[in-house]
Write a protein that binds this ligand. Structure first.
Ligand SMILES: [Zn+2]
Length: 156
């Protein structure tokens, strides 16, 4: 238990600990130990270094809703489960409004290296998640899915 706590507090990059990339409400509710391997941890670090840290520098504190997801945990995210979370290569970021989300989307799309980028889990109150992934196993595809209706707020 103590070892696990130390692991969670391990700093991946300046602003991100491993805990921020593996803890989520769903794992706690379902009592799932969501612990990545050393290899998956290294992939999470690269995701932080190449995507999340630049985002933090530009937008300030960002909140990761879900990063690494072991197979059992991924099953809880039915319909949203994608392979890249299981690899430790993806994070879902909490977006408080589409206006902010769109700015982040454009920033990542235009300035960073990434594999996939899209919005998901859009709620009626305008909150949603921005899914972004980064891989080191091959060239990143830089595939950004622009949601309908978001172009209208592209005026910054
Ligand atoms: Zn996701």
């Amino acid at each position: 238990m103590r070892k696990e706590k130390q692991q969670m507090e391990m700093r991946l990059t300046r602003h991100f600990t491993l805990g921020q990339l593996v803890r989520c409400g769903c794992a706690i509710t379902n009592g799932i130990d969501n612990l990545p391997s050393a290899e998956q941890t290294e992939r999470l670090r690269l995701l932080c270094e190449n995507v999340l840290e630049p985002l933090w520098s530009r937008f300030g504190a960002i909140r990761v809703v879900s990063g690494y997801r072991c197979r059992r945990l991924d099953a809880c995210y039915d319909g949203l489960g994608r392979h890249d979370h299981g690899m430790g290569e993806a994070a879902d970021l909490h977006i408080s409004s589409m206006e902010v989300g769109w700015k982040m989307f454009c920033y990542i799309r235009d300035r960073l290296d990434f594999d996939e980028l899209y919005f998901e889990n859009l709620k009626a109150n305008g909150c949603c998640w921005l899914h972004v992934s980064y891989t080191s196993r091959r060239d990143n595809r830089r595939h950004a899915e622009e949601p309908e209706g978001c172009r209208s707020v592209n005026s910054w």
